[in-house]
Design a protein around this ligand. Structure first.
Ligand code: C2O
Length: 472
């Protein structure tokens, strides 16, 4: 496929082809920034389609889909039309007609986990259209994203697109209200975690797309979805509510266009682009993949209401320290917890972090761990690891647009396999379930002086409840 000259290929930003694409991108960004704010092909307008605090809102502003099964297709379309707008500017400036947006693969180790050089140097907005002073200084100086936040392996290991803690998010109506539904694993990590860590405009959905790195980040998320799709029969999701739901954008001529999710499930042939290396050849996270189950039938019954079998007592503020929360499992629920955790069981066990509230995304991302020993050795963190908790969207959840009521955010993680393995190691005590939240710290990098996000205190983010539930 990749040899088909008609198919456009997106390259990794640090490859020679990607670096060249980035040079054209920088010039096109500068040109788009000069356009009038009410021109749909301007930089400001394109960013406002994702989110903005600037009122009055113009046509198609504040459309981003988050915490929903529409997260991946909405952002795929958004990047696709944005790429057409940038390409037209690249061509106007004398660049290639087959220009494509490069992707930032921070999941590669080492220097690739740092913002690509041209986003940092020169560190002057007037000279460098890719530089944004508002980012966390650690990253603007060349700091590196920790692997735990940058790796898509956990997302790629999910067997389904739809469902609690599956790849693409929980089903439900679009945008009602935003930041309220169930995020998919890919939305959570690396997506939300990278937004939070880079910080500044990137840390808040209403400003994020103003940072030129946003688009390379989303290009990478899109690529991970394409890899997952290659490995998972390409026909999931198959639900009509998802396939037929459509969204509107503007094309390079500023005309309104629309696409349905079912028209963007596969980049080839539907959208005529792919990635280099090709998604089919990627081996990222393959060791961790669960065996691919058969696709769910198109009209599979929705899971019944989750059954709650345990909960924490009080609200817990997170302020930058590592915190442990006891969760009491109901006496009568204990057998069910074991059954749901057993690999042959038909039910699934989830850990839920509910009613998360705060005024501002602190940039800190927390690792969540079950029953970590008192003085954990580095390998204990891996053995007790549940997932990452970050707070992208918390500002808007607390102050929704229009007359929607403020609400907390939530996150659910599947913990059956972890509980089962802890149990077999004798590291599980149902009388004493403890959930630890520990800030994830990027490593020190030579030449970077700023402290990394996560290293200090932050304004409190409050967790309303930590609970354990079973879906049948
Ligand atoms: Cu709609 Cu990365 O955000």
């Amino acid at each position: 496929m990749i040899n088909d000259p008609g198919v456009l290929v997106r390259h990794e930003v640090n490859s020679p082809a990607g670096a060249e694409a980035l040079e054209h991108y920088a010039q096109a960004v500068a040109r788009m920034k000069k356009r009038e704010a009410d021109d749909p092909t301007s930089w400001a307008y394109q960013a406002a389609i994702h989110g903005t605090y600037t009122e009055p809102f113009l046509d198609l502003w504040n459309q981003c889909e988050h915490q929903s099964w529409y997260f991946l297709p909405w952002h795929r379309m958004y990047v696709y039309y944005f790429e057409q707008i940038v390409r037209a500017a690249v061509v106007e400036l004398g660049g290639p007609e087959d220009w494509t947006l490069p992707y930032w693969d921070y999941g590669l180790d080492g220097a690739d986990a740092a913002l690509p050089r041209p986003f940092l140097q020169p560190a002057d907005e007037n000279q460098n259209p890719l530089f944004v002073r508002e980012r966390n200084r650690y990253y603007n100086e060349g700091g590196r994203l920790p692997e735990q936040l940058a790796s898509p392996a956990k997302a790629l290991a999910r067997p389904f697109y739809i469902g609690t803690a599956e790849l693409g998010g929980g089903s439900g109506p679009a945008r009602e209200p935003r930041f309220w539904g169930q995020s998919g694993e890919l939305e959570r990590t690396p997506h939300n975690a990278v937004h939070s860590q880079i910080g500044g405009w990137m840390g808040d959905p209403e400003t994020a797309a103003q940072d030129p790195i946003f688009w390379l980040h989303h290009c990478n998320i899109d690529r991970v979805w394409a890899i997952w799709n290659e490995r998972n029969h390409g026909k999931d999701p198959g639900e009509g509510d998802w396939l037929e739901h459509s969204f509107e954008f503007f094309d390079a001529e500023g005309r309104k266009v629309s696409k349905a999710c079912g028209e963007v499930r596969e980049t080839i042939p539907q959208l005529n682009y792919t990635y280099e290396p090709s998604p089919a050849a990627s081996t990222v996270g393959e060791e961790e993949s669960m065996p691919a189950p058969p696709p769910p039938p198109a009209d599979a019954p929705r899971p019944a209401q989750p059954k709650f079998v345990g909960a924490s007592g009080e609200k817990v503020p997170l302020t930058g320290e590592s915190v442990e929360v006891p969760v009491e499992i109901d006496r009568r629920g204990r057998e069910e917890v074991f059954e749901a955790a057993a690999p042959e069981g038909a039910n699934r066990l989830y850990l839920n972090i509910e009613d998360i509230e705060g005024d501002e995304n602190p940039s800190t991302v927390y690792g969540v761990y079950l029953n970590l020993p008192p003085d954990p050795a580095p390998e204990d963190y891996g053995r007790h690891y549940v997932g990452n908790l970050s707070f992208f969207g918390i500002e808007r959840a607390g102050a929704p647009i229009g007359d929607k009521p403020p609400h907390g955010m939530r996150a659910s993680f599947e913990v059956g396999p972890l509980v089962d393995s802890l149990r077999r190691e004798g590291a599980w005590d149902e009388n004493n379930l403890r959930v630890r939240f520990a800030p994830i710290l990027p490593e020190a990098v030579e030449g970077v002086e700023a402290a990394p996000p996560g290293a200090g205190d932050h304004d409190p983010v409050e967790i309303g409840r930590v609970s354990l539930s079973i879906d049948s």
